[in-house]
Design a protein around this ligand. Structure first.
Ligand SMILES: Nc1ncnc2c1ncn2[C@@H]1O[C@H](COP(=O)(O)OP(=O)(O)OP(=O)(O)O)[C@@H](O)[C@H]1O
Length: 241
């Protein structure tokens, strides 16, 4: 898999399509998406339910394959490659954050993050406590997910996604299950991550969150309806909803 250093964290989509099902049951999730994301950008994707936001994120993250068009992420051509062929791509380039955290309930916070290092062979197990401290969980590392609040669990999941040092962080409704104050602190963490140079692409229903983005992509019916640039992205702490 060839890549160049300048391409780290960059995304290029051309005429990307994705349909689920066939015949009368066919559902077009992506209907020809063109989108470029530059390395180091924070991009927020808005749009009504069913407009294709999650599918877009999954195609970029190599969790799903586009049926048509071209997909290039971090300088790697993913076009037509099935998810099973993209294990190495995901491991080396992408971090995922989900709405419901997806932590392993039988592992502590520290073990959840360590498991990612073990599974991928990337990152440094000795740095896991440092990572958890950086997301504000220095004193909760040995707690199990059920002993943590939703916001704390999301912090663990962000630490886990950063443990492999990804070029690109993909976050699908990361604040969707959190109250406002907790959600804001998670947003701040994602913004800090971006400010350290990592590309962040975040899907949300919450239009207020778009204020922190460099660019806001609005999806409708599987296509990009608009792309707007924020002249002065807001600090996550100042966002309210
Ligand atoms: N695995 C699947 N099988 C069949 N249809 C699917 C699948 N995943 C998504 N779809 C359909 O594709 C369309 C786009 O779904 P997607 O989840 O990408 O939208 P979304 O904008 O993220 O929606 P939401 O905001 O509700 O999460 C929807 O009509 C959805 O029902």
């Amino acid at each position: 898999m060839a890549e160049t250093t300048t391409a780290r964290g960059r995304v290029r989509l051309r005429a990307v399509t994705r349909t689920y099902g066939t015949g009368e049951a066919a559902l077009t999730a992506l209907a020809g998406v063109d989108l470029d994301i530059e390395a180091g950008e924070m991009v927020v994707v808005l749009g009504p339910s069913g407009s294709g936001k999650t599918t877009l994120l999954n195609v970029i993250g190599g969790i799903e394959t586009a049926d048509g068009g071209t997909v290039e992420v971090a300088g790697i051509d993913l076009t037509g490659r099935p998810p099973r062929d993209l294990v190495g791509f995901r491991r080396d380039h992408v971090g995922f954050v989900f709405q419901f955290f997806n932590l392993v309930p039988t592992l502590t916070a520290r073990e959840n993050v360590e498991a990612m290092v073990e599974l991928t062979g990337r990152g440094d197990r000795r740095k896991v406590p440092e990572l958890l401290a950086a997301v504000g969980l220095g004193d909760r590392m040995d707690h199990f997910p059920a002993q943590l609040s939703g916001g704390q669990q999301q912090r663990v999941s962000i630490a886990r996604s950063l443990a492999t040092d990804p070029d690109l962080l993909l976050a699908d409704e990361p604040t969707g299950a959190l109250d406002q104050a907790t959600g804001k602190s998670v947003l701040k963490l994602l913004q800090d991550t971006n400010r350290q140079g990592r590309t962040v692409l975040m899907v949300t229903h919450n239009a207020a969150v778009a204020a922190i983005a460099h660019r806001v992509v609005t999806m409708r019916d599987g296509a990009v309806q608009s792309v707007e640039r924020n002249a002065a992205p807001a600090d996550a702490v100042s966002v309210g909803w």
